[in-house]
Design a protein around this ligand. Structure first.
Ligand code: ADP
Length: 397
């Protein structure tokens, strides 16, 4: 079975064609600058990279070009579109409408539409991607796979905000969480790596990238996560503040003469590592600057590690113990100093890092970086959100 995975952004579209029996990626690529001039497709297949520059006025044009490449004599990996058994679409927000991977139909699309309000930067793009695929591949089975659905198992006392209950009911304002496909993948992979059943394990997963979130997974089910109603909540991130007293936003809006929505833009795009350091949102730049003695870059990194450590501690309490601590995503997989900062001081709770093992060179495989006498296994697991989307889609269709 071959599954095409589509991750559509407002002006970009990423794809992978996966052979499910072997879970091999047959082809993958990215369309950029959709709807703006200078459209471009970068397509990787058959050990080569193909770059095509062509105007892409709409997502439908982008999908058409992707399909052209997939069946192309040189760049292609299939003889015709019929070889694609189904398409899996990444969708960010499910609200309370969907709790699991769902077939794309006229009815489910009508239910998806109003959820754009919950993720105005992401859901409309996913809808464009789905509609484009339906136009270009009529009749093809398709699934929507939600970033939020892994978190649908959180108990009410964990996802509920302490606001008027009637307002929660009327507007579904609550914690949803994000990066669910990644937390699902790495928690499952951790159990598999250790040769244990997911049901037996208490796991904390740290997805640390440009956006970061931490989840508590009990027996394979998510019971809490650090992001909230939107991805702004939780630990500080590349450009997001993370948790902040909302009264501070009101105060800043008054002082800086910002409207509320300008204030939200400020917290999402100008704060976090970038705001504190004044250097960059990128952890490579931050660690380089800190090593050269830049105090603000060092402070940003200290704040990040401290905040992550507090979530790990809180989730150990929520889980009633911990068997495995997992690091994943750009920063989690590649930055030993961040992993060391987060785990330092947790030795009393059975989390003990092996400093030498922590310095491994990332080769895309799983690494156990726990000390021999660590009660808790500390693993670095490369995430694979596309594979989760493909697996979920295959299982559904
Ligand atoms: P996104 O949230 O955009 O998917 P990623 O998971 O790719 O982000 O993470 C981006 C962050 O990961 C950046 O801050 C970057 O510094 C860091 N990062 C990514 N790759 C590497 C690498 N090879 N070495 C060090 N840091 C990396």
């Amino acid at each position: 079975m071959k599954i095409l995975v589509i991750n559509a952004g407002s002006s970009s579209l990423k794809y992978q064609l996966i052979q499910m029996e072997t879970e091999e990626v047959l082809a993958k690529g990215t369309c950029e600058r959709i709807g703006i001039d200078g459209g471009k497709l970068t397509h990787k297949a058959n050990g080569k990279t193909f770059v095509i520059e062509r105007e892409l006025p709409s997502h439908t044009d982008a999908i058409s070009l992707v399909l052209e490449e997939l069946v192309d004599r040189e760049a292609g990996v299939i003889a015709s579109m019929d070889e694609i058994d189904a398409v899996g679409h990444r969708v960010v927000a499910s609200g309370e409408t969907f709790t699991k991977t769902t077939l794309v139909t006229d009815e489910t699309m009508a239910l998806l539409e109003p959820l754009s309000e919950l993720a105005p930067l992401h859901n409309p793009a996913a809808i464009l991607g789905i509609n484009a695929c339906r136009a270009v591949m009529p009749g093809k089975k398709m699934a929507m796979v939600f970033d939020t659905s892994f978190h649908a198992t959180m108990p009410e006392y964990a996802y509920q905000y302490a606001i008027d209950y009637d307002d929660y009911k009327a507007y579904q304002v609550r914690k949803y969480g994000f990066h669910g496909t990644s937390h699902k993948f790495v928690s499952g992979a951790a159990a598999e790596y250790l040769g244990r059943k997911p049901e037996e394990l208490k796991i904390v997963t740290c997805h640390l990238g440009n956006g970061s979130s931490i989840s508590a997974v009990d027996g394979g089910k998510c019971i809490d996560t650090s992001m909230g109603f939107t991805p702004l909540a939780g630990v500080p991130m590349g450009t997001r503040s993370g948790d902040i007293d909302v009264a501070a936003l009101e105060f800043l809006c008054k002082k800086k003469n910002m409207t509320f929505s300008e204030g939200m833009n400020y917290l999402n795009k100008k704060c976090g590592m970038l705001g504190v350091s004044g250097v960059s949102s990128d952890f490579r730049d931050l660690t380089a600057a800190a090593e050269k003695g830049n105090r603000r870059a060092e402070l940003a990194l200290e704040m990040f590690a401290y905040s992550c450590k507090k979530y790990v501690g809180a989730y150990m309490a929520a889980l009633g113990g911990l068997d495995v601590l997992v690091f994943t995503a750009g920063v989690g997989e590649n930055t030993p100093s961040v992993r060391a900062g987060i785990t330092s001081g947790l030795e009393a709770f059975g989390v003990k890092l092996d400093k030498k093992k922590n310095e491994f060179r990332n080769d895309g495989s799983i690494h156990d970086i726990s000390a021999k006498d660590s009660k808790v296994k500390i693993l670095v697991i490369p995430t694979n959100e596309e594979l989760v989307i493909a697996r979920e889609t295959a299982a559904l269709v």
